[in-house]
Design a protein around this ligand. Sequence first.
Ligand SMILES: C[S@@+](CC[C@H](N)C(=O)[O-])C[C@H]1O[C@@H](n2cnc3c(N)ncnc32)[C@H](O)[C@@H]1O
Length: 207
Amino acid sequence: MSDSQVRTIYGMLSFKHRSKVLKQLRKTASPELHGHQIWQSCYMIMEYLEQHPPAEQTNILEIGCGWGMLGIYCAKNFNAQVTLTDADANVFPYAHAHADLNQAQVSTKHLAFSEIGESELKDKQILIGSDICFWPEIVKPLQALLTRAIQSGVKKILIADPGRHPFLRLAEYFVTEHNAKLLSWTLDNGTKNHGKILLIETGNAPA
Ligand SMILES: C[S@@+](CC[C@H](N)C(=O)[O-])C[C@H]1O[C@@H](n2cnc3c(N)ncnc32)[C@H](O)[C@@H]1O
């Protein structure tokens, strides 16, 4: 596809704002919970995973996936089995378009944080989410979800954020109660964009 339609970042292709594909998608699907673009925080986790690659075929759950670039990156680069979830079904046409563009296989499920239970979590080794804790009312359901993930045996949790207050509250809880780490991260892509990664590792983390 031509450079006028797509850009490449971290080896991943994404449709440009004015591309024909996005123009067409916008006619039928309008994400309503900020899932209308790819957010910078996902690149922090891509960089982290580049340095700490998961094993082949790892089962990964992405929460609040939006256009799903982070999960698609994992499927493409680590041959991971990826499930993308989001509370807003309108993001999935964008996620499928980007999975096809990058020739990656992912599955999607329409699930809010509060709807993700043990049956979804029990076979996952890694849980990822970028820029998902942006309202104060999201802290409680996310705290409960991450706690369920730990209890269900998820080995590693990575949540990235520019450093907003709700995210920092969430992070503080897991640093205090679960020995999690809060990593400061500056992107290595020339933008110097920076933020934080909450890293929760339980037991023998796979990567
Ligand atoms: C700022 S966007 C980030 C999207 C994507 N993770 C990224 O980094 O590009 C926030 C995403 O979280 C989703 N979201 C918001 N509240 C949610 C909830 N309670 N449960 C699940 N997903 C939610 C939105 O639909 C949206 O796709």
